[in-house]
Design a protein around this ligand. Structure first.
Ligand code: FEO
Length: 397
């Protein structure tokens, strides 16, 4: 693929990872693959903003070579230390050994701990500037969006924000811009990215967006380090981030369960019937047969969560236990929940799920529902009412 000019003399020199299906170890399933976006700015000084994951270093270098000999690079901006963006740094530095690297103090420390190399690293802070000739770059520290080292780079002359991971999506496509792709698909991936990576960081994200607004920096284009570049409507993704960061919700329920011999599943289906007949949107997931990344995305805007499990060894089943552990790390706020499950002799699943929800700070709004062995007709009627009652609570009753 050839480099793509995204603004006059600013080129996308990133790579498309069509085949990656698991990201961050196995914490994120990337069904649509991803891209690692790096950008080359040609001016009196030549700047590479971020690099790519190391296995794609040759592709990035080939693209750069089509524009300029890499030894002409004067600066490399390291907005983030994580190796999907810094992995190719070592290879590119072999070709431009005199290039100075700019990033935060934490980035400097992190790069050293990744590569154990001496680099000509210059630490920058918020509002520090780099004059390129016709253009300037301004740096904005963005700690914990999403690592301590994270930083945004802004070019005022181009009204261009290069925020690294923020506003990104794991979305492999031959297109580069928001106006070239299916918008529902794009927003679906942006939402999935926020839910699975940034959800616990909402208060920090809100403060950072407020800080950007106070800086009065006009933004016409947001070029993140994954996925599509926002040029048609950068405000759309900023406003979505504000809503997600505020934990704004919709009257929608997500039910997640795990069943051993089918009793908990029959309960789940009747609870969902009660919710549907109350007119609420609901999604049901057997956690053992569903993509966790997708469930978390569905939960991002849902007001109500329902969790169910059969009891095994006085506890919940292991897959839902792992799911709740993951959810705990995302620290969802402003949600209502309820719990159900079946057991043989001594229960335990329902009580332990309640305990985890309390730890997370999710309010349980009605008594849990437990049944022994297989549900009777009366038990199933109770499940239906359980669903209806929860729907009533979600509607504000
Ligand atoms: Fe895309 Fe935090 O790396």
């Amino acid at each position: 693929m050839i480099p793509q000019e995204i603004k006059k003399d600013i080129f996308w020199v990133g790579t498309i990872d069509w085949n990656v299906k698991n990201f961050h170890g196995h914490t994120y399933t990337t069904q649509r693959g991803t891209t690692y976006n790096a950008y080359l700015i040609l001016d009196k000084e030549i700047v590479l903003v971020d690099t790519v994951y190391e296995p794609f270093a040759d592709e990035m270098i080939e693209k750069i070579n089509k524009i300029i000999p890499p030894e002409k690079i004067d600066y490399i901006i390291a907005n983030h230390v994580e190796i999907d963006h810094s992995g190719a740094l070592v290879e590119i530095l072999k070709l431009c050994p005199k290039a100075k690297i700019l990033g935060t103090q934490k980035c400097k420390e992190g790069l050293y701990r990744n590569f154990y190399l001496d680099m000509d690293f210059r630490v920058v802070k918020t509002n520090d500037k780099l004059n390129l000739g016709k253009r300037t770059l301004t740096f904005i520290e963005a700690p914990m969006i999403h690592w301590p080292d994270s930083m945004f780079t802004y070019c005022p002359e181009e009204k261009l924000l290069l925020p690294n991971d923020a506003f990104g999506q794991h979305y492999a496509t031959s297109k580069r811009f928001d106006d070239e792709v299916d918008n529902a698909e794009l927003m679906d991936e942006a939402k999935k990215y926020y839910a699975n990576i940034l959800w616990p960081l909402g208060s920090i994200i809100l403060k950072k967006i407020e800080e950007l607004q106070k800086m009065s920096i006009p933004i016409e284009m947001i070029a993140p380090s994954h996925g599509i570049i926002w040029r048609k409507a950068p405000s759309k993704i900023i406003n979505s981030y504000i809503a997600w960061a505020k934990n704004e919700t919709e009257p929608k329920v997500v039910l997640v369960y795990e069943t051993m011999w089918g009793s908990t599943e029959r309960m789940a289906r009747m609870i969902v019937e009660g919710i549907i007949n109350s007119g609420l949107e609901v999604r049901l997931f057997d956690v053992t047969r569903s993509d966790r990344t997708e469930i978390i995305k569905e939960m991002l805007e849902a007001k109500g969560f329902i969790f169910g499990s059969s009891t095994h060894d006085n506890d919940m089943l292991p897959t839902i236990a792992g799911f709740l552990e993951f959810l705990k790390g995302l620290r969802p706020k402003n949600r209502l929940a309820c719990v159900f499950g079946s057991y043989g002799w001594a229960g335990g699943a329902v009580k332990n799920i309640e305990g985890i929800l309390k730890d997370i700070g999710i309010e349980i709004v009605q008594p849990s529902l437990s049944i022994q062995y297989a549900p009777s007709k009366e038990d199933l009627d109770n499940c239906y009412e359980f669903g209806k009652n929860f729907a009533y609570k979600i509607k504000g009753g």
